[in-house]
Design a protein around this ligand. Structure first.
Ligand code: F6P
Length: 341
């Protein structure tokens, strides 16, 4: 059997553990794995690298992806998906394991429907992919943000300041809420709920009135004010129609400072949240996902995505998983709210 493997979309810690476990299983069972470089772009350009046991040695603890990644969408290029299908045949692939988020797995779903043998593996620090309780990358990212909030706490306290921390989360507030709870945020703003600046300021004032002279506000980059669009860093769209977000933290900080009179500073964490070594949780989840993806290929169960349900690794239909983003569980936000103000 010859299995192709690619990583598409934004990178995240835990991709290498998946690649490693697929290659190790294939090696044990004398099957070949072909690495496809830079996501779907690599399959359009036949940019490939054979993977053997040596290629995956020493990568478990490394962030990023040894295969490289891109946001290339074959359906946005003239006949791109036809080229992908032709190359799949030419490379004599029996199956493809596509590791990606909503966009890359959306492409995988379409190609599966057009006849390719594909299995999906869900990744994203945003944890917004439906059909799985968690994606790998999320836990590492939450731990990074938590550490940053811890660091901001001490300096906020020394200077009697409000610290606004802008975190990733294009459509959803998973990172903001998990890291906010873990870091003891005094307010959390998420894309699922428009920002009410009056409420934020009242809550911060109430906290200061009871003697606290500093506060931490965590805001997801996709948060927005009522009747406004999210803040853009750049108008340009990527091949999946996404703009580059950024700047909402700064806008909110100006409002807080002018309405409350408290000195307010902003920290934008950006790609720090995606870099570095994966947490133990993400290494284990990536490893388990890789093993399950290999088994699905071996059993000819295509059009499926591996998924974590409770503590079990199961499979779900790719099509179901890629229909809608998974928004934040509001029960969790309600727990976070107990600590506001
Ligand atoms: O991986 C998803 C994500 O982290 C989003 O939260 C964010 O908007 C986006 O990636 C930014 O990624 P890039 O700058 O690589 O396009």
């Amino acid at each position: 059997m010859k299995i192709g493997i690619l990583t598409g979309g934004g990178d995240c810690p835990g991709l290498n553990p998946v690649i490693r476990s697929v290659v190790k299983k294939a090696y044990n069972e004398k099957n070949a794995v072909l690495g496809i470089r830079y996501g779907w772009k690599g399959l359009m350009e036949k940019d490939i690298v054979p993977l053997n046991i040596k290629s995956v040695s020493g990568i478990l603890h490394k962030g990023g992806t040894i295969l490289g990644t891109s946001r290339t969408n074959p359906y946005k290029t003239d006949k791109g998906h036809e080229v992908v299908k032709d190359n799949f045949k030419e490379l004599e692939l029996d199956a493809l394991i596509a590791i990606g988020g909503e966009d890359s797995l959306g492409v995988a779903t379409k190609l599966y429907k057009e006849g390719l043998n594909i299995v999906g593996v869900p990744k994203t620090i945003d944890n917004d992919l439906d059909g799985t309780d968690f994606t790998f990358g999320f836990d590492t990212s939450v731990n990074i943000v938590m550490e940053c909030i811890d660091r901001l706490h001490t300096t906020a306290e020394s200077h009697d300041r409000i610290m606004v921390v802008e975190v990733m989360g294009r459509h959803t507030g998973w990172i903001a809420t998990y890291a906010g709870i873990a870091g003891g945020a005094d307010y959390i703003l998420i894309p699922e709920k428009p920002i009410d600046p009056e409420k934020v300021c009242q809550s911060l004032k109430a906290r200061h009135d009871r003697g606290k002279n500093f506060s931490i506000v965590v805001i997801a980059e996709g948060s927005f004010f009522n009747n406004e669009n999210p803040c853009l860093q750049e108008q340009k769209l990527d091949e999946f129609g996404h703009v580059r977000l950024g700047g909402i933290g700064q806008r909110l900080a100006q409002i807080i400072e002018s309405k409350t009179g408290y000195e307010t500073r902003v920290t934008v964490l950006g790609h720090i949240q995606r870099g570095g070594r994966p947490s133990a949780f993400d290494r284990v989840l990536g490893t388990r996902f890789g093993v399950k993806a290999y088994d699905l290929v071996k059993n000819g169960q295509f059009g499926k995505m591996v998924s974590l349900r409770g503590n079990k690794i199961v499979e779900v239909d790719l099509e179901v998983a890629t229909k809608h983003p998974k928004t934040l569980d509001m029960e969790l936000y309600n727990i976070a709210k107990i600590f506001f103000g």
